[in-house]
Structure formats: structure tokens, C-alpha cells
Design a protein around this ligand. Structure first.
Ligand code: PEP
Ligand code: MN
Length: 282
């Protein structure tokens, strides 16, 4: 399908999330951090906020290594109801403390429309997780806020469905939406998901919205985070969302895909020349 054909098919259902001929990309500002500009943004931190000490350690380490935002879940969408569900508001308070120490803006997930007000009081950017990409009441609710949104791709969703979800948010008046590719379900079992890097150049053609990539959930394996991060930047991503834990082997969620601080430092170092080769920086 050519660009024209794809845009034609999309244009009946998607308006605000579509790039017009000759349009520049949109940039989204999260506190002082601009996503979608020349600078490549790395949001890093633990999968879950587990304890104050764990989160503050992670925040200091990622800041020192060069991250521009802190990630961490206080409300966790776990496959099993018996798994750690997150600390809730207590976790949000810990994130706010980490922000005041490091200056890093916070991106954290909101799971339900009832929690948008609460999470919005602490978060600088609200994450809509893969499992909620088509939760329309939630999309409409966050669309009524003016907090920037990180919209993850549903793992069984097409790019068209993903952009339709972005449209729900934009239509309500919130124009600060960043898309995040985080892997889709395929028949492959050697990775947790299949990271669809081809989505990056496709999105760059059809939408003005900035695009980030999550190589942690996208692979489920920490040894794949470095190569897939490099590939994502090379393919044109505006930023990365990376899980980092001070002690990954002790993590309450997603330890096997989390980098330790040392590995995260070397990741950032290795990405700088790639960004530079593309006329960007990190
Ligand atoms: C997360 O970022 O911790 C998360 C749960 O991601 P996803 O919704 O992509 O699975
Ligand atoms: Mn996770």
C-alpha cells in the first residue's frame, strides 16, 4: 500500500491523528522535555514502584546516565490477579518524591477512568497501557485532561486501530499524544512479543504524532534491549521507554527484561553516536 492509499483509507475514520501533505511533526512537551524534536528522549525506571528506596535509587541512576524522564507503575495491569498489583497512591507519592530529587518528569500508567483525577495529580504524563488501548471510556476521560498521554499499542492491534484510539483522545481536546510501540503478538515464542519496528517509519508517514519504542516489553529479554533500542533509534523513533531496576533479580515485576544501572549507562552511551549520525542527539 502506498502512502496515498494508506492515508486515503484512514482519512474517513481518522482526522486529527493524520498527517496532512507537507505537515511537520507535532512535538509534545512534558514539563521541560520536548518529545518529537531533535533530541531523542529516554524515559527509564522500574516496571513497578515497589519501595521508596528502590524507586529513588532507580531514579538517581537513570538521571545520572542521561534519562530525561522517569517511568514507574503504581497501578499495574497484571495478567494474574495474584501478582503484585502496585502500591497505588503510595506509589504515586514515591514517584513525586523521586521527581523532586532528580527533576525528572514522571510517566505512569492509569488503568481506569475513575483513577484519572488521582493519577493526574502526580503524573506529568499519563500512560495508557497496551491492555487498555481500546478502553474507550478511559481514552475519552484522559482526552478531557491537558496532561500529555503516552498511548501504547495494544498487542493485538493494527496501526489503524491504534491511530483510531489516538483520535479518541485528540477529539476530546487533548492534543498532546505520543505513540509507543511495545510489541505485538505473533506465533514467535523466543521473545515475549514481536517488536514491530516497521511501525515506526509507517507512523512517521501517516501521523504527525511523536513515536516512542519500548524494547523492554517488546522483547521480554534484557539482552535484546540494547540491539532493539539501537534499531528503534535508527528507524526514526523519537524516544525509548526502558525498564531499569537497581536489582533486576529482585524485581516484583518484569525483572527478566529490566536492565541494571550499569547496563543502562552503557545503553545510553552506545545510542549517542547513532542519534548523531541521524542529525539528532540524546
Ligand atoms: C508497562 O509499561 O509497565 C506496561 C505494563 O506496559 P504494556 O502496557 O505495554 O504491557
Ligand atoms: Mn513492565
Amino acid at each position: 500500500m502506498t502512502r496515498g492509499e494508506l492515508t486515503d483509507t484512514l482519512s474517513t475514520k481518522i482526522r486529527l491523528a493524520l498527517r496532512g501533505e507537507g505537515d511537520n511533526g507535532t512535538t509534545v512537551r512534558v514539563c521541560g522535555v520536548e518529545i518529537g524534536g531533535e533530541r531523542i528522549i529516554v524515559a527509564a525506571g522500574p516496571c513497578s514502584v515497589e519501595t521508596r528506596d528502590q524507586t529513588l535509587r532507580a531514579a538517581r541512576e537513570v538521571k545520572e546516565a542521561g534519562a530525561s524522564m522517569l517511568r514507574g507503575g503504581a497501578f499495574k495491569p497484571r495478567t494474574s490477579p495474584y501478582s503484585f498489583q502496585g502500591l497505588g497512591e503510595e506509589g504515586l507519592k514515591i514517584l513525586a518524591e523521586a521527581r523532586s530529587i532528580t527533576g525528572l518528569p514522571i510517566v505512569t500508567e492509569v488503568l481506569s477512568p475513575e483513577d484519572v483525577e488521582l493519577v493526574g495529580r502526580y503524573a506529568d504524563m499519563l500512560q495508557i497501557g497496551a491492555r487498555n488501548m481500546q478502553n474507550y471510556p478511559l481514552l475519552k476521560r484522559v482526552g478531557k485532561t491537558r496532561t500529555p498521554i503516552l498511548l501504547k499499542r495494544g498487542f493485538s492491534s493494527t496501526i489503524e486501530e491504534w491511530l483510531s484510539s489516538a483520535e479518541y483522545i485528540l477529539k476530546e481536546g487533548n492534543r498532546s499524544v505520543v505513540l509507543c510501540e511495545r510489541g505485538i503478538r505473533t506465533f514467535e515464542t523466543s521473545t515475549r512479543f514481536t517488536l514491530d519496528l516497521s511501525a515506526i517509519p509507517i507512523l512517521k508517514e501517516v501521523t504527525p504524532l511523536p513515536v516512542m519504542v519500548d524494547p523492554s516489553h517488546g522483547t521480554g529479554r534484557r539482552e535484546l534491549v540494547h540491539p532493539m533500542s539501537r534499531a528503534a533509534i535508527a528507524a526514526g523513533a523519537d524516544g525509548l521507554l526502558v525498564e531499569v531496576h537497581p536489582e533486576p533479580e529482585k524485581a516484583l515485576s518484569d525483572g527478566s527484561q529490566s536492565l541494571d544501572p550499569e547496563s543502562f549507562r552503557s545503553l545510553i552511551k552506545g545510542l549517542r553516536p547513532i542519534a548523531q549520525a541521524l542529525g539528532r542527539y540524546l
